[in-house]
Design a protein around this ligand. Structure first.
Ligand code: CA
Ligand code: CA
Ligand code: CA
Ligand code: CA
Length: 463
């Protein structure tokens, strides 16, 4: 499907006045592509869905081929069995008996009573929106690890904020810690990322700091010297830490396999560029120097290999970026969010720019979704086709400026000027189920059955 159109859902009134808006059509004009639609992006948009028998069927792919839209009808797995077999008998929805793959059977074929006419449980549906919040000051950078949210406070150097987020619906108060203020009273860290056991951040003199998270409420700080000009963004990829340097050319590469003694590896980046941002995934590093972008292969970190580059990206600088292996989303200076397709690493291209957020200050990526803090909350984009990003949803709250973002396995943590918001069931975190009588992204409709020919197809597309 291309651009899903929604039946308008009621805007859920939340305690803080926020509202999840699942209607891409309402803001569709903000998705702006500027590339030839006939050009090929390589492998990145290829749909490789395989049918499952789980009944959790709807995917976020952008295909228009009905055969690619996976919709496994309830009971399918048992309807073709040999009647002599000892396996389960054919399921009949509406007979009042739970059989086969039915999630429920209330003895009727009516939808809207908790059990749909396809025998899918209507009480289970994606319900995107606010699940928790913590009022407080702005955290310019946030990172999540093992039940804790960590943050750096804007304009307050040498402070680390820790928030117990083990229950996202009931965030404990923020605990503000001094980062070795005796020795580094004005040390101003530039970013915050988490490896398995540590937080990492860069700054000037000293270059790199680790925070051992073994005791989250009393973390141990450690500092490491370097060229002393690296207050740009940092990224962790396996045992490597990549560090953008605000003045010098090159990206620092640290081996952090021994977190208590990280060692510097050869830097990456071609000369005559100033790399102020970096993203990384799958052994590839994306080094960003304004409109110039380079791709480096660091699968052999001691010998980084230049792979490809692009010039002329329609933005002058980038502030934060995130990569998923074949696409990198760039929060740019003045041009919204840039989407770079590097599925062919030797030939990266600007696939699209997403307007509307003129000065996004952070961006996150997870699978085929991009999460962008914006001036009034958060927007989520489906980039399964990087050349045609589609607004998958948004969390909007009046006059709440989204500034930073972190993802856990289940939630989106949004740092705002007024504190933290925790969002659940957001696109990319909750799979729509066709036939549960609730329209969920990317469904265009859901009439509670899995029948074609009644206006809403068995794959929840309008007919
Ligand atoms: Ca039944
Ligand atoms: Ca029913
Ligand atoms: Ca549904
Ligand atoms: Ca139908």
């Amino acid at each position: 499907m291309s651009l899903a159109r929604y039946a308008l859902l009621p805007c859920i009134a939340l305690t803080l006045g926020g509202c999840f808006n699942p209607d891409p059509a309402a803001e569709a004009t903000e998705t702006d592509t500027d590339v030839d639609p006939g050009s090929s992006s390589g492998a990145s948009a290829t749909t490789t869905d395989t049918p499952s028998t789980s009944g959790s069927s709807t995917t976020a792919t952008s295909t228009t081929e009905p055969t690619d839209t996976v919709t496994t009808t309830v009971g399918e797995s048992s309807t073709s069995l040999d009647p002599d077999s000892t396996g389960p008998v054919a399921a009949e929805c509406g007979n009042g008996t739970l059989e086969g793959a039915e999630e429920c059977d209330d003895g009727d074929l009516e939808a809207g009573d908790g059990c749909s006419s396809a025998c899918i449980d209507e009480t289970v549906a994606c319900d995107p929106g606010l699940v928790g919040a913590l009022a407080g000051s702005e955290l310019e950078r946030i990172a999540f690890r093992s039940g804790y949210l960590y943050g750096l406070r804007t304009l307050v150097p040498s402070r680390l904020v820790t928030i117990d987020a083990s229950d996202p619906t009931d965030l404990a108060g923020a605990n503000e810690l001094s980062i070795d203020e005796d020795n580094y009273p004005n040390w101003n860290p530039g970013d915050l990322v988490a490896s398995q056991t540590h937080l990492w951040t860069g700054g000037r003199n000293p270059e790199l700091m680790s925070i051992d998270l073994a005791s989250p409420d009393a973390p141990a700080f450690d500092f490491f010297a370097g060229p002393n000009d690296s207050d740009g963004p940092v990224e962790v990829m396996g045992d490597l830490l990549l560090q953008a340097r605000s003045v010098s050319e090159r990206i620092n590469v640290w081996d952090i396999s021994n977190p208590s003694n990280p060692s510097m590896l050869p830097p990456i980046g071609n000369p005559s560029q100033v790399f102020r941002d970096v993203a990384a995934a799958d052994d590839m590093v994306i080094a960003l120097a304004g409109s110039h972008v380079e791709i480096w292969d660091v699968s052999t970190p001691a010998v980084p290999a230049f792979v490809g580059e692009l010039d002329g990206a329609p933005w002058t600088g980038s502030v934060r970026s995130a990569a998923n292996g074949d696409t990198v989303a760039v929060a740019t200076t003045g041009a919204g969010v840039g989407i770079i397709d590097y599925a062919i690493p030797s030939a990266p291209t600007v696939a699209a720019t997403i307007g509307g957020e003129n000065f996004p200050r952070d961006v996150a990526i997870r699978g085929e979704y991009v999460y962008v803090p914006v001036t009034n909350g958060l927007r989520v984009y489906d980039i399964s086709n990087p050349r045609d990003p589609a607004l998958a949803g948004s969390y909007l709250e009046v006059e709440v400026y989204g500034v930073s973002i972190a993802l856990s396995d289940e939630h989106v943590f949004l740092g705002t000027e007024g504190g933290i918001r925790v969002l659940g069931d957001m696109p990319g975190f909750c799979d729509a189920r066709c036939g549960n009588n609730t329209v969920e992204y990317p469904e265009a409709c859901d009439d509670g059955n899995l029948d074609d020919g009644d206006g809403c197809s068995a794959s929840c597309e309008n007919e």
